[in-house]
Design a protein around this ligand. Structure first.
Ligand SMILES: Cc1cc2nc3c(=O)[nH]c(=O)nc-3n(C[C@H](O)[C@H](O)[C@H](O)COP(=O)(O)OP(=O)(O)OC[C@H]3O[C@@H](n4cnc5c(N)ncnc54)[C@H](O)[C@@H]3O)c2cc1C
Length: 300
């Protein structure tokens, strides 16, 4: 069987791509290594997806999946380990199978870097977060901390200073690494403190919700009571299977401003490509663009 399109990744970008291709009458396979819905499916509450005042990530992405399932998408739970992109028929390789298609859409996303401390997984969405634009408003007039000292962490800390009662930046170095302008702005915020040379050693929690952290700063242990904690220590793009066949930037993102790549017939959508913001709306838009480009390519 030769598919019109194989989509790698079943998150919002991949599901949006599938919708457009299936409605155009194309034969489509999604290969997903974990669960339908991608990273968005793990968030308990989404309040910034148009059309829904509030919806859980799993409800939103299940609805996206049901829509493409009804249209007849093929779906495999397998991890893609390699792709072959030469020639008109491309190959997508997993541990057990090789699938063939005329086009490939890479929508494999990225994962947030975490601290890998005990109980972290269970506390994500219950006090531990990554995205201030998504979850910051839940902490109006509360005490929060941001882990990190780069541009993302500092932009998030600055945004949170307008929402939260108090913001603590926990930075593992003796200085911030964000742009100086931003550091200057943060210094002027009355409700922002920075603890340098610090590292979280333990999460404190009650009833499965974060209540604070134990941290070491300048060699001394201290406890910080918190309502919320945002981890902003980077993202890890999940593009290993590309194995040098497409261009990636120094952080490992697939280089593409418009969803096309240097290989005709291979497209990229969502958080796995170079971009400024990672949001579900943007992933869905990317998926749409990649699908329309794939349809144009198939029509040639
Ligand atoms: C906790 C949390 C809360 C968030 N809250 C919000 C929010 O409220 N609002 C918002 O707009 N955004 C939110 N985001 C960001 C949003 O989830 C992402 O921007 C969005 O999911 C990106 O969609 P995507 O399809 O590009 O990638 P993903 O959702 O990451 O999907 C990629 C999929 O590809 C799969 N995959 C990766 N590698 C392979 C492989 N080798 N083989 C097969 N499959 C593979 C992954 O398992 C994953 O399912 C949140 C993110 C997190 C982590």
């Amino acid at each position: 069987m030769i598919y019109d399109t194989i989509i790698i990744g079943g998150g919002p970008a991949g599901l949006a791509s599938a919708l457009y291709l299936l409605r155009d009458g194309r034969k489509v396979l999604i290969i997903e290594k974990e669960t339908v819905g991608g990273t968005a499916s793990s968030t308990p509450l989404i309040e910034n997806y148009p059309g829904f005042k509030a919806i859980s990530g799993s409800d939103l992405t299940s609805a996206m999946f049901d829509q493409v399932d009804e249209l007849g998408v093929d779906f495999e739970i397998e991890e893609v380990t390699d792709i072959k992109v030469d020639g008109d028929i491309k190959e997508v390789i997993t541990e057990d199978n090789t699938y063939k298609a005329k086009t490939i859409i890479i929508a494999s996303g990225s994962s947030y870097r975490t601290l890998n401390l005990p109980h972290e997984k269970e506390l994500i969405g219950h006090g531990i977060h990554f995205c201030v634009a998504c979850d910051g408003p839940f902490y109006k007039d509360k005490d929060v901390a941001i882990v990190g000292g780069g541009n993302s962490a500092c932009i998030n800390a600055y945004s949170m200073s307008n929402i939260a009662k108090h913001v603590t930046i926990l930075q593992n170095l003796d200085h911030l690494t964000c742009e100086q302008d931003l550091a200057n702005k943060l210094e002027k915020c009355n409700n922002v403190d920075i603890i340098y040379n610090s590292g979280i050693k333990e999460y404190l929690y009650e009833d499965d919700t974060l209540t604070g952290v134990k941290l070491e700063a300048d060699g001394k242990m201290q406890t910080l009571k918190l309502d919320g904690l945002f981890l902003n220590i980077g993202l890890i793009p999940q593009n290993g299977f590309v194995n040098g066949k497409l261009d990636v930037d120094q952080r490992g993102y697939l280089v593409s401003e418009d969803g096309t790549t240097k290989v005709p017939g291979i497209f990229v959508a969502g958080d796995s490509r170079t971009k400024k913001y990672a949001q579900i709306t943007i992933a869905v838009a990317d998926g749409t663009i990649a699908a329309l480009d794939a349809i144009n390519y198939l029509n040639k």
